[in-house]
Design a protein around this ligand. Structure first.
Ligand SMILES: Nc1ncnc2c1ncn2[C@@H]1O[C@H](COP(=O)(O)OP(=O)(O)OP(=O)(O)O)[C@@H](O)[C@H]1O
Length: 319
Protein backbone atom coordinates (compact mmCIF):
# COMPACT_ATOMS: atom_id res chain seq x y z
CA UNK A 1 0.00 0.00 0.00
CA UNK A 2 1.15 3.53 -0.75
CA UNK A 3 2.40 5.57 2.19
CA UNK A 4 0.67 8.81 3.08
CA UNK A 5 3.69 9.95 5.09
CA UNK A 6 7.33 8.90 4.84
CA UNK A 7 9.93 10.35 7.14
CA UNK A 8 13.60 9.49 6.68
CA UNK A 9 16.08 10.40 9.38
CA UNK A 10 14.19 13.64 9.94
CA UNK A 11 16.12 15.93 12.25
CA UNK A 12 15.41 19.36 13.63
CA UNK A 13 17.54 21.37 15.97
CA UNK A 14 16.59 24.76 17.34
CA UNK A 15 20.00 26.36 17.89
CA UNK A 16 21.53 24.01 20.38
CA UNK A 17 18.14 22.55 21.35
CA UNK A 18 17.12 19.22 19.92
CA UNK A 19 13.60 19.08 18.54
CA UNK A 20 13.80 15.86 16.55
CA UNK A 21 16.67 13.39 16.29
CA UNK A 22 16.59 11.28 13.14
CA UNK A 23 12.96 10.20 12.99
CA UNK A 24 12.11 7.54 10.40
CA UNK A 25 8.48 6.57 10.09
CA UNK A 26 5.95 5.43 7.51
CA UNK A 27 2.22 6.00 7.80
CA UNK A 28 0.17 3.94 5.35
CA UNK A 29 -2.56 5.49 3.27
CA UNK A 30 -5.90 4.91 4.98
CA UNK A 31 -4.59 4.26 8.48
CA UNK A 32 -5.23 6.16 11.69
CA UNK A 33 -1.88 6.75 13.32
CA UNK A 34 -1.60 7.92 16.93
CA UNK A 35 1.55 9.91 17.69
CA UNK A 36 2.13 9.94 21.42
CA UNK A 37 4.69 11.51 23.66
CA UNK A 38 5.18 13.68 26.71
CA UNK A 39 5.54 17.47 26.61
CA UNK A 40 8.53 18.52 24.57
CA UNK A 41 8.97 15.09 22.94
CA UNK A 42 8.91 16.46 19.39
CA UNK A 43 5.31 15.84 18.27
CA UNK A 44 4.56 19.40 17.15
CA UNK A 45 8.00 19.69 15.59
CA UNK A 46 7.27 16.62 13.46
CA UNK A 47 3.86 17.93 12.47
CA UNK A 48 5.18 21.37 11.55
CA UNK A 49 7.83 19.73 9.38
CA UNK A 50 5.10 17.79 7.55
CA UNK A 51 3.38 21.05 6.67
CA UNK A 52 6.63 22.93 5.87
CA UNK A 53 5.86 25.41 8.63
CA UNK A 54 9.44 24.86 9.75
CA UNK A 55 12.35 23.41 7.80
CA UNK A 56 14.35 20.31 8.79
CA UNK A 57 18.00 20.41 9.81
CA UNK A 58 18.44 17.05 8.11
CA UNK A 59 16.54 14.17 6.57
CA UNK A 60 13.44 14.18 4.39
CA UNK A 61 9.67 14.18 4.70
CA UNK A 62 7.32 13.01 1.95
CA UNK A 63 3.60 13.70 2.34
CA UNK A 64 1.08 12.18 -0.10
CA UNK A 65 4.04 11.47 -2.35
CA UNK A 66 4.95 15.18 -2.41
CA UNK A 67 7.78 17.24 -0.98
CA UNK A 68 6.31 19.71 1.55
CA UNK A 69 9.08 22.18 0.75
CA UNK A 70 8.34 22.23 -2.97
CA UNK A 71 4.68 21.27 -3.23
CA UNK A 72 3.21 23.25 -0.34
CA UNK A 73 0.35 24.77 -2.34
CA UNK A 74 -0.89 21.42 -3.66
CA UNK A 75 -0.49 19.84 -0.24
CA UNK A 76 -2.58 22.48 1.49
CA UNK A 77 -5.53 21.53 -0.66
CA UNK A 78 -5.13 17.82 0.06
CA UNK A 79 -4.33 17.98 3.78
CA UNK A 80 -6.56 19.03 6.68
CA UNK A 81 -4.41 20.53 9.40
CA UNK A 82 -5.25 21.44 12.96
CA UNK A 83 -2.39 23.20 14.71
CA UNK A 84 -1.72 22.55 18.39
CA UNK A 85 -1.92 26.31 18.94
CA UNK A 86 -4.80 26.93 16.53
CA UNK A 87 -5.33 30.66 16.12
CA UNK A 88 -7.76 32.47 13.87
CA UNK A 89 -8.98 35.95 13.07
CA UNK A 90 -11.08 36.88 16.09
CA UNK A 91 -12.95 39.77 14.42
CA UNK A 92 -15.03 37.55 12.15
CA UNK A 93 -17.91 35.37 13.10
CA UNK A 94 -17.49 31.61 12.79
CA UNK A 95 -19.61 31.24 9.63
CA UNK A 96 -17.77 33.99 7.72
CA UNK A 97 -14.39 32.62 8.75
CA UNK A 98 -15.20 29.05 7.76
CA UNK A 99 -16.62 30.21 4.42
CA UNK A 100 -13.43 32.16 3.79
CA UNK A 101 -11.28 29.07 4.46
CA UNK A 102 -13.62 26.93 2.36
CA UNK A 103 -13.22 29.33 -0.56
CA UNK A 104 -9.42 29.14 -0.20
CA UNK A 105 -9.71 25.39 -0.56
CA UNK A 106 -11.68 25.60 -3.74
CA UNK A 107 -15.16 25.52 -2.18
CA UNK A 108 -16.90 23.31 0.34
CA UNK A 109 -20.70 22.74 0.33
CA UNK A 110 -22.33 24.83 3.07
CA UNK A 111 -24.24 21.73 4.23
CA UNK A 112 -20.93 20.03 4.96
CA UNK A 113 -19.78 22.94 7.15
CA UNK A 114 -23.18 23.17 8.85
CA UNK A 115 -23.24 19.42 9.45
CA UNK A 116 -19.85 19.40 11.13
CA UNK A 117 -20.61 22.52 13.19
CA UNK A 118 -23.94 21.06 14.35
CA UNK A 119 -22.40 17.75 15.35
CA UNK A 120 -19.72 19.50 17.37
CA UNK A 121 -22.21 21.95 18.91
CA UNK A 122 -20.54 25.00 17.39
CA UNK A 123 -22.60 28.20 17.08
CA UNK A 124 -21.56 29.70 13.75
CA UNK A 125 -23.12 33.07 14.48
CA UNK A 126 -20.71 33.73 17.35
CA UNK A 127 -17.74 36.11 17.03
CA UNK A 128 -14.54 34.09 17.16
CA UNK A 129 -12.89 36.30 19.76
CA UNK A 130 -15.81 35.64 22.12
CA UNK A 131 -15.51 31.86 21.89
CA UNK A 132 -14.21 29.74 24.74
CA UNK A 133 -11.04 27.68 24.17
CA UNK A 134 -13.05 24.52 23.53
CA UNK A 135 -15.36 26.24 21.05
CA UNK A 136 -12.38 27.73 19.23
CA UNK A 137 -10.96 24.21 19.00
CA UNK A 138 -14.21 23.14 17.34
CA UNK A 139 -13.64 25.82 14.67
CA UNK A 140 -10.21 24.26 14.16
CA UNK A 141 -11.74 20.81 13.77
CA UNK A 142 -14.41 21.94 11.31
CA UNK A 143 -11.83 23.66 9.08
CA UNK A 144 -9.59 20.57 9.18
CA UNK A 145 -12.35 18.11 8.25
CA UNK A 146 -14.63 20.19 6.01
CA UNK A 147 -12.95 19.66 2.63
CA UNK A 148 -12.70 15.88 3.22
CA UNK A 149 -8.91 15.90 2.76
CA UNK A 150 -6.93 12.78 1.87
CA UNK A 151 -4.81 13.32 4.95
CA UNK A 152 -5.75 14.81 8.31
CA UNK A 153 -2.84 16.05 10.42
CA UNK A 154 -4.16 16.88 13.86
CA UNK A 155 -1.99 18.22 16.67
CA UNK A 156 -3.63 17.52 20.04
CA UNK A 157 -7.10 17.65 18.46
CA UNK A 158 -9.15 17.12 21.63
CA UNK A 159 -7.41 19.78 23.65
CA UNK A 160 -10.07 21.74 25.54
CA UNK A 161 -13.02 19.62 24.36
CA UNK A 162 -15.52 18.20 26.81
CA UNK A 163 -16.00 14.41 26.87
CA UNK A 164 -19.14 14.43 24.70
CA UNK A 165 -17.46 16.48 22.01
CA UNK A 166 -14.37 14.28 22.28
CA UNK A 167 -16.60 11.34 21.42
CA UNK A 168 -18.00 13.22 18.43
CA UNK A 169 -14.44 13.88 17.32
CA UNK A 170 -13.62 10.16 17.58
CA UNK A 171 -16.69 9.40 15.47
CA UNK A 172 -15.48 11.88 12.83
CA UNK A 173 -12.07 10.17 12.78
CA UNK A 174 -13.65 6.73 12.41
CA UNK A 175 -15.87 7.98 9.59
CA UNK A 176 -12.88 9.58 7.87
CA UNK A 177 -10.96 6.31 8.11
CA UNK A 178 -13.95 4.37 6.78
CA UNK A 179 -13.91 6.66 3.73
CA UNK A 180 -10.23 5.92 3.15
CA UNK A 181 -8.81 9.15 4.56
CA UNK A 182 -5.53 8.93 6.49
CA UNK A 183 -5.35 10.42 9.97
CA UNK A 184 -2.13 11.36 11.75
CA UNK A 185 -2.91 12.69 15.21
CA UNK A 186 -0.77 13.60 18.16
CA UNK A 187 -2.08 13.17 21.63
CA UNK A 188 -1.42 12.83 25.33
CA UNK A 189 -4.77 11.12 25.79
CA UNK A 190 -4.37 7.38 25.64
CA UNK A 191 -8.03 6.49 25.64
CA UNK A 192 -8.77 8.39 22.45
CA UNK A 193 -5.82 6.91 20.60
CA UNK A 194 -6.69 3.44 21.83
CA UNK A 195 -10.23 3.90 20.55
CA UNK A 196 -9.41 4.89 16.98
CA UNK A 197 -5.78 4.28 16.05
CA UNK A 198 -4.56 1.39 13.91
CA UNK A 199 -0.99 2.01 15.00
CA UNK A 200 0.75 4.01 17.63
CA UNK A 201 4.18 5.61 17.64
CA UNK A 202 5.65 6.79 20.92
CA UNK A 203 8.20 9.57 20.78
CA UNK A 204 10.48 10.70 23.58
CA UNK A 205 13.34 13.21 23.45
CA UNK A 206 12.96 13.52 19.69
CA UNK A 207 13.27 9.78 19.08
CA UNK A 208 10.78 7.09 18.28
CA UNK A 209 10.89 4.62 21.18
CA UNK A 210 8.00 2.38 20.14
CA UNK A 211 5.99 1.64 17.05
CA UNK A 212 3.28 -0.96 16.92
CA UNK A 213 -0.41 -1.67 16.73
CA UNK A 214 -2.35 -1.00 19.92
CA UNK A 215 -2.86 -4.77 20.20
CA UNK A 216 0.82 -5.39 19.51
CA UNK A 217 1.93 -2.99 22.21
CA UNK A 218 -0.29 -4.84 24.62
CA UNK A 219 0.80 -8.29 23.46
CA UNK A 220 4.28 -8.04 24.95
CA UNK A 221 3.09 -6.80 28.29
CA UNK A 222 2.31 -8.33 31.62
CA UNK A 223 -1.22 -9.11 32.82
CA UNK A 224 -2.36 -9.81 36.36
CA UNK A 225 -4.13 -13.17 36.51
CA UNK A 226 -6.49 -14.80 39.02
CA UNK A 227 -8.28 -18.01 38.10
CA UNK A 228 -10.30 -20.30 40.33
CA UNK A 229 -11.19 -23.95 39.67
CA UNK A 230 -14.05 -26.18 40.80
CA UNK A 231 -11.57 -28.97 41.72
CA UNK A 232 -7.86 -29.04 42.51
CA UNK A 233 -5.66 -29.05 39.44
CA UNK A 234 -2.19 -30.70 39.26
CA UNK A 235 0.68 -28.51 40.40
CA UNK A 236 2.48 -28.77 37.06
CA UNK A 237 -0.61 -28.07 34.97
CA UNK A 238 0.52 -24.61 33.83
CA UNK A 239 4.30 -24.90 34.30
CA UNK A 240 5.10 -25.29 30.60
CA UNK A 241 2.89 -22.52 29.33
CA UNK A 242 4.67 -19.76 27.50
CA UNK A 243 4.77 -16.56 29.54
CA UNK A 244 3.33 -18.20 32.66
CA UNK A 245 6.55 -18.48 34.67
CA UNK A 246 5.19 -16.18 37.36
CA UNK A 247 1.90 -18.04 37.88
CA UNK A 248 1.43 -20.04 41.11
CA UNK A 249 -1.28 -22.41 42.35
CA UNK A 250 -2.33 -22.06 45.98
CA UNK A 251 -1.99 -24.91 48.48
CA UNK A 252 -5.43 -26.33 47.59
CA UNK A 253 -4.67 -26.33 43.88
CA UNK A 254 -7.86 -24.38 43.20
CA UNK A 255 -6.60 -20.80 42.71
CA UNK A 256 -4.03 -19.73 40.18
CA UNK A 257 -2.59 -16.24 40.61
CA UNK A 258 0.35 -14.22 39.36
CA UNK A 259 1.48 -12.59 36.17
CA UNK A 260 1.32 -13.65 32.59
CA UNK A 261 3.66 -12.25 29.96
CA UNK A 262 2.59 -11.92 26.35
CA UNK A 263 -0.42 -13.50 24.70
CA UNK A 264 -3.06 -15.04 26.98
CA UNK A 265 -3.91 -17.61 24.31
CA UNK A 266 -1.71 -20.54 25.53
CA UNK A 267 -3.14 -20.16 29.05
CA UNK A 268 -6.71 -20.01 27.83
CA UNK A 269 -6.18 -23.21 25.83
CA UNK A 270 -4.63 -24.98 28.85
CA UNK A 271 -7.53 -23.88 31.09
CA UNK A 272 -10.02 -25.63 28.82
CA UNK A 273 -9.07 -28.99 30.39
CA UNK A 274 -10.40 -27.94 33.82
CA UNK A 275 -13.62 -26.55 35.25
CA UNK A 276 -12.99 -22.87 35.72
CA UNK A 277 -15.26 -21.09 38.21
CA UNK A 278 -13.74 -17.63 37.97
CA UNK A 279 -11.33 -15.80 35.71
CA UNK A 280 -9.76 -12.37 35.90
CA UNK A 281 -7.16 -11.23 33.45
CA UNK A 282 -6.36 -7.58 33.88
CA UNK A 283 -5.39 -6.13 30.54
CA UNK A 284 -2.95 -3.26 30.82
CA UNK A 285 -4.38 0.06 29.76
CA UNK A 286 -2.44 1.76 27.02
CA UNK A 287 -1.87 4.42 29.64
CA UNK A 288 0.33 2.07 31.64
CA UNK A 289 2.33 1.14 28.56
CA UNK A 290 2.75 4.78 27.73
CA UNK A 291 4.03 5.61 31.19
CA UNK A 292 6.52 2.77 31.05
CA UNK A 293 7.93 4.38 27.90
CA UNK A 294 7.98 7.73 29.65
CA UNK A 295 9.82 6.28 32.62
CA UNK A 296 12.55 4.83 30.42
CA UNK A 297 12.76 2.77 27.28
CA UNK A 298 14.48 -0.05 29.20
CA UNK A 299 11.33 -0.59 31.24
CA UNK A 300 9.11 -0.71 28.21
CA UNK A 301 7.72 -4.05 27.18
CA UNK A 302 8.24 -3.67 23.43
CA UNK A 303 10.29 -1.15 21.60
CA UNK A 304 11.97 -0.69 18.29
CA UNK A 305 15.36 0.84 17.68
CA UNK A 306 15.09 4.60 17.73
CA UNK A 307 14.74 6.13 14.33
CA UNK A 308 14.61 2.84 12.45
CA UNK A 309 11.21 1.47 13.29
CA UNK A 310 8.99 1.47 10.26
CA UNK A 311 6.98 -1.74 10.31
CA UNK A 312 3.74 -2.56 12.08
CA UNK A 313 4.05 -5.30 14.64
CA UNK A 314 7.80 -4.99 14.99
CA UNK A 315 9.29 -5.86 18.35
CA UNK A 316 12.86 -5.12 19.22
CA UNK A 317 15.13 -3.54 21.75
CA UNK A 318 15.34 0.12 22.56
CA UNK A 319 18.42 1.89 21.34
N1 LIG B 1 10.73 27.43 18.27
C1 LIG B 1 11.47 26.71 19.10
N2 LIG B 1 12.63 27.19 19.58
C2 LIG B 1 13.41 26.47 20.42
N3 LIG B 1 13.11 25.22 20.85
C3 LIG B 1 11.96 24.70 20.42
C4 LIG B 1 11.07 25.40 19.53
N4 LIG B 1 10.02 24.62 19.27
C5 LIG B 1 10.21 23.47 19.96
N5 LIG B 1 11.38 23.52 20.65
C6 LIG B 1 11.94 22.46 21.49
O1 LIG B 1 11.90 21.25 20.76
C7 LIG B 1 11.51 20.17 21.60
C8 LIG B 1 10.29 19.50 21.02
O2 LIG B 1 9.18 20.40 21.12
P1 LIG B 1 7.75 20.08 20.51
O3 LIG B 1 6.93 21.33 20.63
O4 LIG B 1 7.90 19.47 19.18
O5 LIG B 1 7.22 18.97 21.53
P2 LIG B 1 5.77 18.33 21.69
O6 LIG B 1 5.97 16.87 21.75
O7 LIG B 1 4.84 18.85 20.66
O8 LIG B 1 5.36 18.87 23.12
P3 LIG B 1 3.92 19.31 23.72
O9 LIG B 1 3.18 18.06 24.00
O10 LIG B 1 4.31 20.03 24.97
O11 LIG B 1 3.26 20.21 22.71
C9 LIG B 1 11.32 20.77 22.99
O12 LIG B 1 12.50 20.58 23.73
C10 LIG B 1 11.08 22.23 22.72
O13 LIG B 1 11.52 23.01 23.79
Amino acid sequence: MENAIELRELTKTYGTRRGLAGLSLEVCAGEVFGFLGPNGAGKSTTIRLLLDLIRPTGGTATVLGLDPRRDGVELRGRVGYLAGDFVCDGRQNVRTYLRFLAALRGGVPQERIDGLADRLGLDQSAKIKKLSKGNRQKVGLVQAFMHTPELLVLDEPTSGLDPLVQQTFLDLVSEAAAQGQTVFMSSHVMAEVEAVADRVGIIRDGRLVALDTVAGLRAGTVRDVRITFADPVPEAAFAQIEGAQQLRLDGHGTTLTGRLTGSPDPLVKALARYTVTGIRLTEPALDELFHSYYAGAEAAPRTTPAGTATTAGTAGTAA
